[in-house]
Each structure stands twice: as structure tokens, then as C-alpha cells.
Design a protein around this ligand. Structure first.
Ligand code: URA
Length: 244
């Protein structure tokens, strides 16, 4: 990763401010002043700003806007993966997506190397809500919403947990769906049982953290400390949750 990008992420400052720090000679890499904002870091270097060591975070947490056609995996022999989109920014990290979106789906994918965190976010027992915008090939109805609320039984007999479905008032071909579990092709299969096809699916939020509208498809950034805190709170066991 470039030095300015590393500083921006580690210090939660804009890239321009990171470049200004480097330009005034305030940044050292392994003890030597570095004035090249685009210097590549391999990871593991001791970086200091104004004499203060920047703590190397134990884990990495990334918000990514997945475009269509990209697969939710770390590696794939054929398709571009969500981890490929980081373009080697974290060469020493074994990042993976905490939750999958279909190849044709778009939106918020969380990438991390923190296995325990990913487990908590994904566990159906932790009830972390994931929110989607869905475009259907037939209008969403109040009956469908009631079926989602009661728990749809998939064609193979799997009973889904209760889910939220809110058709748009202005155009019921569009709806917002909230899931608290993640089963393969879940939304498409739930609508399929109810006789509706899904034409487009976009994840807008995880655990109440919204996909940053400034991130164009294919772009990413580290989670802010506040976003991470919110996700951790959403992934607490139910008995410990405060008003979530
Ligand atoms: N449900 C689906 O059917 N597809 C997704 O990508 C996510 C949820």
C-alpha cells in the first residue's frame, strides 16, 4: 500500500492531509524520514507521524462496494473476486468476505481478516440485520410481506427465520428487505416461493452501518472506528444488546 493511503487509514485523516504530513518531513518509515507520499509499504514497517508510532492494527476491516460480475470469495480461478478489488493493498493479510453476495448482486461487502468478528456478524443467533434494495418482476404485495414476517419455507423445505419486506409505496416493483440470517440465494429463493423473480439486488447496510454513498462500485475504504463499534454492538449476543 502507498504510504499516504496507509497514513490516511491508520490516522483516519484525508489522503491530502497525509500527503501534507509527508511533505513537511513529519513521517518516518523504519526510523528514516520519508518524503515520498507514494512510497510503497510491504506491511510491517514501523511508521511514525510527528514521532508517534502508528499502531499496526491487529485486524483489518474494509467496506467495499461490490459491482456486478465480481464473486464474493478471496480467490477464484476464473472470476475477479472482492479481495482482488483491493489490488494488493494488504499483502500480508488473509482477507475474506464476511458474508456473500451473489455474482449478479451489488452493494456492501465487509472484508476482514478477523475470523471471530466475521463469525459473530454472520451467526444467525446474533441477529445482525442486513438490508437490501430489491427490484422485482412483479409488484411486492402486503401478502408477501406477511409471508416474510411469518418465515418463508423454501422449495427444499428449509424454514427461513422471519424477515422484513417493505414494498415502495410509489413503485412496488421495488422493495426493501431485511434479513437476519444468510442462506445461499436466500432472497431470490424466498421471492421464488411467492411467485416473484428478483431482477436486481443491492445490499445497502449491515448491522445498521450504511454503505458509504461516496464509494462508487468497485471502490473501498477501511471502516471508521465508529462504524466498527456499531457493528460490534450489533453482533453482541442478544442479552447484551442495548436498544439495537
Ligand atoms: N439473497 C440473494 O438471493 N442473493 C444475494 O446476493 C443476497 C441475498
Amino acid at each position: 500500500m502507498r504510504l499516504d493511503k496507509y497514513l490516511a487509514g491508520a490516522m483516519q485523516i484525508p489522503r491530502s492531509a497525509a500527503r501534507a504530513l509527508v511533505a513537511r518531513g513529519a513521517v518516518t518509515v523504519d526510523g528514516a524520514v520519508c518524503r515520498k507520499a507514494d512510497m510503497p509499504l510491504a506491511g510491517g514497517e514501523a511508521v511514525c507521524a510527528d514521532g508517534k508510532p502508528l499502531d499496526r492494527e491487529e485486524y483489518v476491516y474494509i467496506m467495499l462496494h461490490k459491482p456486478q460480475g465480481v464473486v464474493s470469495a478471496s480467490t477464484d480461478g476464473r472470476d475477479v473476486t472482492v479481495v482482488d478489488l483491493l489490488k494488493g493493498a494488504y499483502p500480508r493479510r488473509k482477507l475474506f468476505p464476511a458474508g456473500r453476495l451473489d455474482k449478479t448482486s451489488t452493494g456492501f461487502v465487509l472484508l476482514t481478516d478477523d475470523g471471530a468478528f466475521a463469525h459473530d456478524i454472520l451467526s444467525p443467533r446474533r441477529h445482525v440485520p442486513k438490508t437490501y434494495r430489491v427490484r422485482l418482476d412483479t409488484p411486492a404485495t402486503p401478502e408477501m410481506a406477511r409471508a416474510f414476517e411469518a418465515g418463508v419455507v423454501l422449495a427444499d423445505g428449509q424454514a427461513m427465520r422471519p424477515a422484513g419486506l417493505l414494498p415502495d409505496q410509489a413503485d412496488p416493483f421495488w422493495a426493501t428487505v431485511e434479513l437476519r440470517q444468510g442462506v445461499y440465494h436466500q432472497i431470490k429463493r424466498m421471492f421464488g416461493v411467492l411467485g416473484a423473480g428478483v431482477n436486481a439486488l443491492h445490499r445497502t447496510a449491515i448491522g445498521g452501518v450504511e454503505l458509504d454513498p461516496a464509494l462508487a462500485p468497485g471502490r473501498w475504504r477501511p471502516l471508521t472506528p465508529q462504524e466498527l463499534e456499531r457493528l460490534r454492538a450489533a453482533a453482541q449476543p442478544r442479552s447484551k444488546k442495548k436498544n439495537l
